[in-house]
Design a binder for this molecule. Structure first.
Ligand code: E4P
Length: 218
């Protein structure tokens, strides 16, 4: 399973990269706004900076909602760097745009996916990634992880190439569950990635190893 970080914060991206396990980055308009990035030129420049830090895929989302405008914006985003993946919302125009991008060699991430039916449409249109939003489904008292399992089963039966990118992750536990459920990729906040490192028995065990070594070696 690939690990993406879900942020537009350059320091967090650098920190995640320093762990040696980072495969890519996802952003969305809310995450860009959180960093105070505004105006088309600044947005493009910020994506360029992220692509200079990370070799793996960087999802950059279109703001346009109408087909022709999505194509124009997506083409411009794809020209920023070879590792840009154009993120497109799951709408009728979005699916049509994904089909256009697929036929023109532009990789895509179909975002805002909340059902297996939507995931089938994304795969049919040729999306590189499909992003089911786990946390937001759980927030509605449904089971986000069940959706990952369902999509994984369908994609295996139908032999779709689209990779399942578990998004809207809120905890380290969900990362493990996404791996169990058949996600190809998980995108998560830095804290959820860091949470995977820690176990009290690791700390206790290491302290004992070092104490035993010190007893003999001084
Ligand atoms: C990533 O691609 C998604 O935009 C993101 O994971 C959404 O997360 P949220 O539900 O925490 O906003």
């Amino acid at each position: 399973m690939k690990f993406f970080i879900d942020t537009a914060n350059l320091d967090q991206i650098l920190e995640a990269k320093s762990f040696g396990i980072l495969d890519g980055v996802t952003t969305n308009p809310s995450l860009m706004a959180k960093e105070g990035i505004k105006g088309a030129d600044n947005i493009m420049a910020h994506y360029r900076k992220i692509c200079e830090i990370v070799d793996g895929d960087v999802s950059a989302e279109v703001i346009a909602t109408e087909y022709k405008a999505m194509i124009k914006e997506g083409v411009a985003l794809s020209e920023i760097a070879p590792n840009i993946v154009v993120k497109v919302p799951m709408t009728v125009d979005g699916v049509k745009a994904i089909r256009y991008f697929t036929e023109n060699g532009i990789r895509t991430n179909c975002t805002l996916v909340f059902s297996a039916g939507q995931a089938i449409l994304a795969a049919k249109a040729g999306a590189t990634y499909v992003s089911p939003f786990i946390g937001r489904i759980d927030d509605m008292n449904w089971d986000g992880m069940m959706l990952i399992q369902q999509i994984a089963e369908i994609y295996a039966i139908q032999q779709y190439d689209t990779e399942i990118l578990a998004a809207s992750i809120r905890s380290s536990k969900q990362i493990v569950e996404a791996a169990e459920s058949g996600a190809d990729v998980v995108t998560c906040p830095l804290d959820s990635i860091k949470g995977l490192f820690y176990h009290p028995l690791t700390d206790i065990g290491l302290a004992k190893f070092l104490a035993d070594h010190k007893k003999v070696n001084g």
